[in-house]
Write a protein that binds this ligand. Structure first.
Ligand SMILES: O=C(CO)[C@H](O)[C@H](O)COP(=O)(O)O
Ligand SMILES: [Co+2]
Length: 255
C-alpha cells in the first residue's frame, strides 16, 4: 500500500500580509504539512520570500502533527543555487528542503551565499547527502519538461544518505499559483509509484477537487494545493476531499 495522504496547502495563494494567520488557518483546517514556495527571480520568473520570513512563521506553527500542529515545513526551493542556501533554511526551521534537479545540475557546490571561490559542480546526490547531514529531509523536484528518467539513478543511490525522501512532480510550470493542471505529467507519477511503493510522491500545481482523482489514481500521496485551498469558501472541506481521494486509492478502491 502506498504511503498515507499528506495534504500540504501552499501559502502562495494566501494573503502575504497575513502569513501568520494563514499558517494558523492551515492547522485549523487539519492540514498535514505547510508548503512554502521560495522563488528567487532567476530559476523562475517570480519572487516570493526567503529564510527570514520562514523563520518568523515557525513561531505561528506548533509541532507535532499529533498534537494538532503541522509536522513539516516543506520548502519548495525554486532557486538557482540550492546548495548555497540549505544551511540558512535549516536554521530558519525548514524540515523538508526540496530542490529542483534542473537547478542542482547547473550550479556550483558552494555552501555559503558569499562563497565566490568554489567552482566544483553541485550534483543531486551530493546535495541530498548535505541536506541530510544538516538534519533535514531531502526532496527533489522536476519541471514538466524534465523526464522522469533523470531520477532513477538518484533513487537507486547505493548510499541511503544520497537517496531523496520525496520526489516532487510539477504539474504546472513552476513560478505562479492558480495555473491549469497538466495531466500530461502523471505518467511520471505512475512510473515512480510502480517502482517505489513506499516513496513519498508529491504533486504540485493545479490540484483541486476536479483534478485530484487523476493524481491519486496515478499514485501521488503528497498533495500541494494553493488556490484550491486558500481561495475556497470552505477550505477544510477541500482538504478533506483531497485526503479522501488519496485514501481511496490506498484502500484499493478504483476511483
Ligand atoms: O510551486 C508552485 C508554483 O510554482 C505552487 O506550489 C503551486 O502552483 C500551488 O499553487 P496552485 O495550487 O494554485 O497551483
Ligand atoms: Co510549490
Amino acid at each position: 500500500m502506498s504511503p498515507p495522504a499528506i495534504i500540504n496547502p501552499s501559502v502562495l495563494s494566501a494573503d502575504f500580509a497575513e502569513l501568520g494567520k494563514a499558517c494558523r488557518d492551515a492547522m485549523d483546517w487539519k492540514s498535514d504539512w505547510l508548503h512554502l514556495d521560495v522563488m528567487d527571480g532567476h530559476f523562475v520568473p517570480n519572487m516570493t520570500f526567503g529564510a527570514p520570513v520562514i523563520g518568523k512563521l515557525r513561531k505561528h506553527v506548533d509541532r507535532p502533527k499529533e498534537a494538532g500542529g503541522l509536522g513539516t515545513f516543506d520548502c519548495h526551493m525554486m532557486i538557482a543555487e540550492p546548495m548555497r542556501w540549505a544551511s540558512i533554511f535549516r536554521d530558519a526551521g525548514a524540515d523538508m528542503y526540496c530542490f529542483h534537479y534542473e537547478a542542482a545540475v547547473t550550479s556550483v557546490g558552494a555552501k555559503d551565499p558569499a562563497d565566490t571561490q568554489t567552482t566544483e559542480k553541485c550534483t543531486p546526490k551530493n546535495l541530498i547527502r548535505y541536506i541530510h547531514e544538516l538534519g533535514m529531509q531531502a526532496g527533489i523536484a522536476i519541471k514538466p519538461k524534465t523526464g522522469v528518467d533523470v531520477l532513477w539513478d538518484i533513487l537507486a543511490a547505493e548510499d541511503e544518505k544520497e537517496r531523496p525522501d520525496m520526489v516532487l512532480i510539477m504539474t504546472v510550470e513552476p513560478g505562479f499559483g492558480g495555473q491549469k493542471f497538466m495531466a500530461s505529467e502523471l505518467h511520471k507519477v505512475t512510473a515512480l509509484r510502480e517502482k517505489y511503493p513506499n516513496l513519498n510522491i508529491e504533486v504540485d500545481g493545479g490540484l483541486a477537487e476536479g483534478t485530484i482523482d487523476q493524481a491519486a489514481e496515478a499514485g501521488a500521496n503528497v498533495i500541494v494545493a494553493g488556490s484550491a485551498v486558500f481561495g475556497a469558501k470552505d477550505p477544510a472541506h477541500v482538504i478533506q476531499v483531497l485526503r479522501d481521494a488519496v485514501d481511496k486509492r490506498r484502500g484499493g478502491e478504483k476511483l
